[in-house]
Ligand binder design. Structure first.
Ligand code: C2E
Ligand code: CA
Ligand code: CA
Length: 632
């Protein structure tokens, strides 16, 4: 301003060049005009300047207003974020003073709503309303975070028994400088619960809630190792319910499941403290007793279980009696790993079943190879049934006079590997011992019905398919029901079926046999006496029985070429049986001489390697389709 005034002054001074023309005018006027002009100009300049300044100030004010608003907005944003965060937040300064925390932080640690702020760590810990397990760990971490601010912390703490909180920290930076620690706390209880559940599911049985086989194997191996170190024994008890399959089959799986739960519960009630009880699968349970001196505690437990099973099980509508067979084995002598020890207890369990069930048996190394093999076959039969490892071969029955195929005998095979079969002579007697023959027989009947349906288009009109019915199934009285349901299910023709039953099956209970056979014949089934000559060989009872066919056992047929006596016997049998209107089949015909001799004796049908061994279905179908006739 001063500079401008001086400038103005000098420009007016320049006008003094005009002074000679106004010499007469009063100096004062001149001076006054000048002053006025000067003032006016200077006022004009000042007001312009002021307006300018004012505008500048206005814009600065507006800028400040905007900054203030932005600050308010970001504060409200921060506040809202902190309020709504699912993580608890706590910011500490370098002196462990509390800078900031949010409501979730208070909620996680159950810090009550208070008007006064939490200012220090002591404030926080004196207000925490929940039990922190290992509180020292948290306090130490919070304090140490102030001493080593560049460090990141991450750990988990447990609250009140079953809540899990994850804690993280990272340094708070202001420019390049660390000014505090930002702690966040997340409630991961749901996640941990789900993890726990899936871990539980992997090691427990869904139905009973007991540990499963996987956990059993782990724990048993650990127990055996520990036992070895401590010089103690590990006892294993293998429980198998007697006849559980019947419960499932006749009362349904729902009842079966309910029973298994009750059984698990009853076993748990009896077991000594420290015993591990597992569901091994199906109706099998295994208990492990660690640190044993000998088998006495295991035997006591077994006896208690047997007693407890004497009471019936209460099911929805019924009371049900269920017994258990128990196998005992002691590690390490009966097995030094879980697999071997359980397998020994399993074998012992079969021994208990063999002795009449509802009891226990101890494994002993004297269980010879033969009985172990038998026990193993038994357990494998169940698997074979489930996995459909049985199949049927067919051996033609040939008319001795015409050489035509009149029928076939279905013979069961157990496929153990590709193209490899286990003989029925090996497993049928074992299956008969413990009732497994019944499901096998049911399968067999249904299978034969299916085959008959499949062959309908090309088998001879009077073709008959024979199947072997075990004495056990025959005596049980359920045969008719099984047969009827198979016929209904498949729609097969009953008079295309023939049952081969041994003499012994009939002689065990002749009255029942007569009734059963009459019933079968009413349905349209023909019956053959199998293996005739090996049992009672009494012709007198044949009169009373409604049978159509008699099969002379291979052992007699074998001898007819060399023994006059057997030849006479066979001829006598054929004649007498014919007189009763019964057809005769000779089995095991291995050569032409045998066939020729039997023809002279008027034998009706023959079966044997001379004609054809038992063959798989595909091969047998080829014979039928080719209308195969053997030379006579
Ligand atoms: P089986 O009923 O006496 O059957 C005849 C057996 O003699 C069959 O043995 C057959 O393969 C065999 N065979 C046939 N022709 C000859 C021959 O010319 N020479 C010789 N050495 N043997 C011959 P496989 O098939 O091993 O059956 C043995 C036994 O197993 C049968 O004796 C029968 O008692 C039983 N079996 C077979 N399949 C079944 C079945 O489906 N159910 C039942 N319950 N038992 C069956
Ligand atoms: Ca037979
Ligand atoms: Ca036979």
């Amino acid at each position: 301003m001063l500079r401008q005034l001086k400038k103005l002054d000098s420009s007016v001074a320049d006008d003094t060049k005009l002074q000679p023309f106004f010499q007469t005018s009063s100096d004062a006027y001149v001076q006054s005009d000048r002053d006025r002009e000067l003032l006016e100009r200077s006022l004009e300049l000042t007001s312009r300047e002021l307006t300018e300044r004012n505008r500048e100030l206005q814009s600065q004010l507006a800028e400040q207003e905007r900054t203030k608003e932005a600050l308010l907005e970001s504060h409200s944003l921060l506040h809202a974020s902190l309020e709504s965060m699912h993580d608890g937040l706590l910011v500490l300064d370098m002196n462990m003073g509390v800078r900031l925390y949010n409501p979730m932080f208070c909620s996680i640690f159950e810090i009550p709503d208070r008007p006064e702020k939490l200012k220090s760590l002591d404030d926080i810990f004196s207000n925490v309303g929940v039990r922190i397990q290992e509180p020292g760990k948290l306090q130490r971490a919070l304090r140490e975070s102030a001493h080593s601010p560049e460090q990141h912390w991450e750990f988990e703490i447990r609250l009140g028994g079953h809540r899990f909180i994850e804690a993280y920290s990272s340094p708070q930076l202001f420019g390049q400088e660390i000014v505090g620690q930002v702690w966040s706390f997340r409630d991961v209880s749901d996640l941990r619960l789900k993890e726990e559940e899936s871990r539980h599911r992997a090691y427990h049985d869904l139905l009973t809630g007991l540990p499963n086989r996987r956990l059993l194997m782990m724990r048993l191996n650990q127990a055996l190792e520990k036992g070895l170190e401590e010089g103690k024994k590990t006892a294993v008890l293998f429980f198998d319910l007697d006849g559980f399959k019947d419960v499932n089959d006749y009362l349904g799986h729902g009842t079966g499941d309910a029973l298994l739960k009750d059984v698990a519960h009853r076993l748990e009630q009896q077991m000594p403290h420290g015993t591990l009880l597992c569901r091994h699968g199906g109706d099998e349970f295994v208990a492990v007793m660690e640190r044993q001196e000998d088998e006495s505690a295991a035997i006591e437990f077994a006896n208690q279980v047997l007693d407890a099973f004497a009471r019936p099980f209460q099911l929805a509508n019924d009371e049900l009696f269920m017994t258990s067979s128990i196998g005992l084995a002691l590690g390490p002598e009966h097995g030094d790993d879980a697999d071997k020890l359980i397998s020994s207890a399993d074998i012992a369990m079969y021994r208990a079943k063999d002795r009449g069930k509802n009891g226990y048996a101890m494994f002993s190394s004297e269980l010879d190879n033969h009985s172990v093999h038998r026990l193993k076959i038994r357990s494998q039969i169940n698997i074979a049934l489930e996995k459909n490892q049985f199949e049927l071969f067919f051996q033609p029955k040939v008319d001795l006079k015409t050489g035509r195929i009149m029928g076939a005998e279905a013979l069961i095979r157990w496929r153990v590997a590709d193209g490899e079969h286990r003989s029925p002579l090996e497993f049928i007697p074992i299956a008969e011992e413990n009732g497994q023959i019944i499901p096998i027989s049911q399968w067999l009947i249904r299978q034969c019905c299916h085959h008959l349906n499949n062959w309908a288009g090309f088998m001879p009109k009077d073709f008959v398919l024979a199947l072997n019915i075990s004495a056990k199934h025959f005596q049980r009285g359920a045969l008719q029901a099984d047969l009827t349901s198979a016929l209904e299910e498949t729609g097969a023709d009953a008079d295309k079926l023939e049952f081969e039953v041994t003499e012994t099956a009939i002689m065990d209970d002749v009255e029942l046999a007569v009734l059963t056979l009459k019933e079968l014949s009413r349905i349209g089934i023909r019956t053959a006496i199998d293996d005739f000559g090996t049992g009672y060989s009494s012709l007198s009872y044949l009169r009373r029985l409604p049978i159509e066919i008699l099969k002379i056992d291979k052992s007699f047929v074998d001898e007819i070429l060399i023994s006059d006596e057997d030849r006479t016997l066979v001829k006598g049998i054929i004649d007498m049986v014919h007189a009763l209107g019964i057809e005769v089949v000779a089995e095991g015909v291995e050569n032409r001489d045998m066939a020729d001799l039997l023809r002279t004796m008027n034998c009706d049908l023959v079966q044997g390697y001379h004609y054809c061994p038992p063959v798989p279905e595909a091969e047998f179908i080829e014979l039928l389709k080719a209308n195969k006739t053997y030379p006579v």
